[in-house]
Design a protein around this ligand. Structure first.
Ligand SMILES: [Zn+2]
Length: 342
């Protein structure tokens, strides 16, 4: 089958168009004929290499796919060949103590397609049948593949872990990322007042279209002071910060007493200066989150398929242009998801 794979870690030139063996279905597996695959920042990290991540090369990236069921294993009864589907990009073993509780992203063997397991930069992808979700007829592959990872991450971050309530003030840092475009809509859906930040007025205008109430250009103003001014020196109830080094201390300052900082990433670096006195004196909560359990995935996908939440697609490129897509994401030029068609 045709695929874009890496044979070693490194720059965008390591993304090679190649032929790989088509995966075969075990009893509980589904082989998906991939039609579209969305990028995540994770793709850049995996291409470059992550500490402790040892991959069998050649390796295919890509966590978010939509396509058509090609083959199903003998034990699969939930989907049939020819059905249009997307996937939960997380893999869990179903047996550890956390899986038994339904805390799938805490699974001791948790994996992600495109990070630890082969992903969707390929004509065919093998996943367990439990990962497969049929998609409605009126959704196309491009908009569908743009949803899962960003929306399930944002849903768990805000609703489950962040405990966001109607009427609260929530700050979403970096308006252009896939997760941010999901988080702004989810926060609005939950009834919160949404503060969005960006260095770009153009991205802020698009954030407003997604429901952001307060737009702050951090290139022109100190955003954490702006939040204090607008909230009458109270501060925000929740800040969602996946930026890391560049924003962490400001996020602590922007929170109200007893506020919650939710983090799912560290794009600018993982070791920020931390003002511990701020944490105890303001009695802040620092909440980590990653991915989501199957229930959260189904909850958020149901709202997408009901068109209450909308996947935001930045550009669509053919799979062969994966390197160009990676460069666009690395430069933060995107607003929403970059999608490759296979
Ligand atoms: Zn488990």
């Amino acid at each position: 089958m045709k695929a874009v794979a890496i044979f070693e870690h490194g720059g965008v030139d390591k993304l090679q168009l190649t032929e790989l063996p088509k995966p075969e279905a075990g009893p509980d597996d589904v082989i998906i004929h991939v039609k579209a695959v969305a990028l995540n920042r994770l793709d850049l990290w995996v291409r470059e290499g992550l500490p402790g991540l040892k991959l069998q090369m050649p390796f295919t990236l890509g966590s978010d796919v939509a396509g058509v069921v090609d083959v199903v294993g003998a034990a699969v009864t939930t989907v049939k060949p020819g059905q249009r589907v997307t996937i939960n990009p997380g893999w869990w073993d179903t047996t550890c103590e956390f899986c038994v509780r339904g805390d799938h992203p805490l699974c001791v063997n948790f994996k992600i397609f495109g990070e630890h397991l082969p992903g969707g930069y390929a004509e065919f992808l093998r996943v367990p049948s439990r990962n497969v979700l049929p998609m409605p007829d009126d959704f196309d592959f491009v908009e569908t593949c743009a949803a899962p990872l960003a929306f399930l991450t944002a849903w768990r971050a805000l609703i489950t872990r962040g405990r966001l309530q109607a009427g609260e003030d929530v700050v979403i840092l970096g308006a252009g990322s896939g997760v941010s475009t999901a988080a702004m809509q989810i926060a609005k859906y939950a009834g919160a007042r949404v503060f969005a930040t960006s260095h770009s007025d153009e991205k802020l205008a698009r954030a407003r279209d997604l429901g952001a109430d307060v737009l702050i250009n951090y290139a022109k103003t100190e955003w954490e002071k702006e939040i204090f001014r607008i909230t009458n020196k109270r501060g925000a109830d929740v800040v969602v910060d996946a930026v890391g080094d560049a924003t962490w201390l400001k996020s602590l300052r922007a929170l109200r007493k007893g506020g919650r900082l939710v983090t799912y990433g560290a794009t600018t670096g993982p070791n920020p200066a931390e003002e511990i006195r701020l944490i105890f004196w303001k009695q802040l909560e620092i909440i980590g989150t990653t991915m989501a359990n199957q229930g959260e995935f189904l909850d958020v996908m149901r709202l997408i398929f009901a068109r209450k939440l909308k996947p935001v697609v930045d550009v669509v490129l053919p799979l062969e242009h994966a390197a160009q897509a990676h460069e666009r994401l690395a430069k933060n030029e995107q607003f929403g998801k970059i999608v490759l068609t296979v």
